[in-house]
Design a protein around this ligand. Sequence first.
Ligand SMILES: Cc1cc2nc3c(=O)[nH]c(=O)nc-3n(C[C@H](O)[C@H](O)[C@H](O)COP(=O)(O)OP(=O)(O)OC[C@H]3O[C@@H](n4cnc5c(N)ncnc54)[C@H](O)[C@@H]3O)c2cc1C
Length: 421
Amino acid sequence: MTGKLRVAVIGAGPAGLAIAIELKKLPFVEYTLYERNDRISEIGAGISIQQTTWRMLEVMGAAEYLRDSTFHRPQDGHSVRHYSGRTGRLLSSRYQSTVPKEYLHARCHRAELQNALLKANDRSHIRTSKRLANISYLPSGRVRLQFADGYMDEVDLLVGADGIRSVVRSFAFPQHKIAYTERTAYRTLVPIEEVRRIDGFPVDDVAFWHAPKGEWVYTCNLGGKDFELTVMTHEPLTEGEQERVSWGEPAKVSDMTRHFPNFFKPIQDLFAITPDIKRYAAFSGSRLQTVVGESANIALIGDASHPLAGAFGAGAGFALEDAYALTQSLRWAYARSKTSTPLADALRLFDRVRSPHYEKLYRVLDGFKEVAGNLAAPNLQLSADEEVVVLVAMNWSQRHDWIYQYNIMQDFAEIAEREGV
Ligand SMILES: Cc1cc2nc3c(=O)[nH]c(=O)nc-3n(C[C@H](O)[C@H](O)[C@H](O)COP(=O)(O)OP(=O)(O)OC[C@H]3O[C@@H](n4cnc5c(N)ncnc54)[C@H](O)[C@@H]3O)c2cc1C
């Protein structure tokens, strides 16, 4: 017993690794990061590092490690290009004229992000092969954790950073459910040398190739020997299929290509050299009204707090923002210490910073659903190519750039100042 605030973080993905870095800076906190796997491993293929993510990586002392690693940044400064997948026609090209040079969009292998965060961590606080199995409240207000191997811990604050299928979320919000979105992603890496041999392929573009119904193919150089292929498909459950559970399971390349029979020739050529592929069924759930437990000292961060199914390609960025907001809330409440309940004050502030932000993101998703509904209207006689043009204009325009440029540091300071009055 040290008299310090004892914190357990569950899950060493981007959210857990980020908050562990920030907790280390708080002298009144003693923390442990628990991960179920026997090592810190990453999922999927590539990941986008946006302005907000760079800003947080700098705060966390991890940006320098990422800058020293391998990533791709297009020479001409574009952040993304949108093409019609069938015709190969360029529909829009976005540049980041107001973004500082060091924060320009970059795409890297997910392992590079994970390694950068890991390097900035004090590893003596990380315990692997620790799968959280059960949680109970104690009359003292503390939380008891039981791990699958029988190990136990008791903490003042439990942080759920355990991803989309969060055990901590199911404990804190038992009514909340997630479900298959009917969207399945396929992801793989292809040797870049082979992609360079494809006639007419824009190898250095960060590119979406769109199809109707919101299906797309995403292609991007990762800056080293690898080239990323990620595909989003619409796959309703088949007859007799109760639920889809696959996450990262091997799939046949034809499971993916069947969605894009008439695609632009260079994309077909890329499919033809795709060695193997993994399938990721996307799950999501409704927005939680609050990201802190109602009856115990529990805070949710990262995918655990907002089951958005990777909708904006920025979930790691959101995870880092959450980690920053929660630790700054703790710092704020304990420095002020005007009340006898600084932990409750900290959790309240954290919720006031993050819940409205997630509400705004869910509203963007509602807008996407509305566009899909309008496009499905029986009286709308659009060709597949016209539908793609409308989809890109409505869902992928600059009006959503605030998501990637959002400044949590500024927002936090303003809300904390208001709360302090
Ligand atoms: C197709 C797709 C593309 C995406 N592209 C991007 C992108 O370009 N840019 C971006 O920023 N984001 C992207 N995302 C989102 C991003 O991957 C996630 O938002 C991010 O990984 C969330 O981090 P996290 O730490 O909250 O959760 P996770 O990365 O899921 O990590 C959770 C960790 O908790 C551990 N864990 C789980 N349960 C337990 C338990 N019971 N006990 C102990 N440990 C446990 C897991 O092993 C894991 O290590 C994408 C997502 C998808 C699906």
